[in-house]
Every structure is written in structure tokens, then in C-alpha cells.
Write a protein that binds this ligand. Sequence first.
Ligand code: KG4
Ligand code: ZN
Length: 354
Amino acid sequence: MSGPLVLALESSCDETGLAIVEGGRRIHANVVASQVALHAATGGIVPEVAARAHLRWVVPVMDEAWGAGGVSWKDIDAVSVTYGPGLAGSLLVGINFAKALAWVHDKPLVGVNHLEGHVYAAWLLDPDEPEHPEPSFPLVALVVSGGHTFLAEMRDHLTYRLLGQTVDDAAGEAFDKVGRLLGLGYPGGPAIQRAAEAATARDRMFPRAWLGDSFDFSFSGLKTAARRIVDGARAEAGLGDEPDVPLPSPLVAELAWGFQDAVVDVLATKTIRAAREIGARSIVLGGGVAANAALRDRMTAEAAGLDLPLVVPRPGLCTDNGAMIGAAGARRFLAGERAGLDLDARPSLPLATR
Ligand code: KG4
Ligand code: ZN
């Protein structure tokens, strides 16, 4: 493979990621330091704590990736970095580190939108992975993460038309909140998946918000319904007045399954309908919730039924990482984009417009 060799940094939320990616596809190194254990203690991310952890980890992560990449600075064509959306303090650590590297080594700097990174993870190839075809345009991209839920049409590289987005909570946020409600800890997504896999009873129905023909999503009603259903289940189990006694695990599993099924049903149904409507030639999934096995299985089955190629990165490339920023960064670099050393954090940077 050829194409630009990009060193990429990601620090928008709670993972410090640094990667070296060739041609927007081939991963040479990809190191992620996760802060999950740190934030589990508070049941969620405290921005100041996250920023300090990025500062603590960015140099060791760089050292490890550099060691694994087997490249030297003369081989690197550009430095790319996430500049939004995300937590301001967290973004600033990656941005300033990237600026310093670009300045010291006299390399072009390329700013990348974090959400675009989640889309471009679909182009990545692991170091020893055989080449497979790139997603074909036009495509429908569903990005489902802790902070965002959007469905976009791409008719070419780096161009997005927003088809739908969440009107309230992001899908991952709903997983995290319901996970907490079920006593499953943080982050809720992987915990709900594990609990749901153990479910033997699979008939507890959670509501779906279809919002008519719109491609928008809403998860706040589902969260409220989950609270009501959990309270009801506690009362049924005789635990209504015992807030410290956890629900029995078969019941937790049943509720986790019902909630997950509702989220997956809405995400998959709308994505498939959008793909049919725009005449998509492929579907791309990304973001932390795309690591969810039930969503992956459902989308795989539905896309196969339509004979539509579905590209979903392996779970470790769905959650935040530096390689996805290298994949998107290479495209932006090839399109001639360059950021100055005045590149600043954009906590609310949008990606697509309608
Ligand atoms: O993309 P990501 O790593 O960070 C953001 O950009 O937000 O996504 C994190 C989100 C969290 O809400 C987490 O609960 C969810 O992705 N998540 C999952 C799974 N793994 C991570 N949700 C459902 N099932 C999973 N297996
Ligand atoms: Zn993300």
C-alpha cells in the first residue's frame, strides 16, 4: 500500500489514542490508553479528571506507538489530530501535543472532526489483515457513540448530508444511563450487552420512538420507560422499599435484553430504510455502540437480505482510537487541508448539515 503516512492523535473524550496509519487504511501502530477504570469510580466522566489523565498518558502512548510503528520521522507525511467535538480540556491536550510534534519535526498539521474519524474507521485495515474492498459510494453512515447519534448520506469522500440525528440523548448515553439504572456500572453499553446475552426470558417489551417517517432518533422516552419498568420489576420482586438490594440477575438480564432490543430495532430499521431510499451501495457503522454484538448481528442479517455490503470495524476500532483519526486525516491531507499552529479546540464542531 502507498499513500501518506500519518501520525494521528485522539483525545476528545476518555481515551488517549495515538496511531500511525498509511494511505488512510493500513494501521502500522495503534495504541489506546483507556480511562474507563478511572471514571468507573464516579459512574461517568469528570472532564477535569479526563484532561489530567490525557496529560499523564500522552507521552507513554506516543512512545509505545512509535516503538511498534517501526518508522522514523522522515517517513511521516503529516500529523493529524481531533479538534472537536469533545471535551475542551481533553481536546486541548491532543491538539497541543500534535502542534508541538508538527512544529518540531516540520510536518503539516491536519485537524480532524472526531465523528468523521468514526466514519473513516470503516476504511482501516489491521497490520496483517488481507485487503478488502473499500466501502462504495453512495453510502449511508450510522455513527452511534456516547455523545452522538447520526445518520448521514455520503456521495463521495468527506461530504455528508445529514439524514437524521438524535433529538435528545445519544444512543451510547442511553446505554450508560440504563446500565446505571440496572446497577451494571460504567460504561453501561458493554455491561448491558453482557447481561442481555445471559437473558433466558426475552419477551419484556420496551417502547420504540419511530418519530413518523423521520430519520431522527429519540431515546429519552425509552430511558423514562426503562425507569418505570425497573421500578415495576422491583415492586414485583418485593424490592420496592429496599433501594440497596440489587435486582436478581435473571431479571436484570431480561430488562437489559429488552432495552437493547429496542435500541437496536430503531437503529437498524432506520438505517436500512435510509439505505433503500438513497439507493446506497454500502452501509458503514461506527462509534462505540457499533461495538454492540446485537446491533452488528441484526445489521449483518438485514444488509445481507438486501445484498448490500455492510462495513463495521472490529469492536476495538468502533470505540475511540487514534487510527480512525489517521484514516480521516489522510483523506483531508490528500484534499490539501492544512491547519495552522493556531488550531483550537471546537467542543461543538458539527459534521453534517441537512
Ligand atoms: O465512540 P465512543 O468510544 O466514545 C464517544 O465518542 O462517545 O463511544 C462510547 C459509548 C459509550 O456510551 C459506551 O457505553 C458505548 O459506546 N458502547 C457500547 C458498547 N461498547 C461501547 N454500547 C453498546 N454495546 C457495546 N458493546
Ligand atoms: Zn467517539
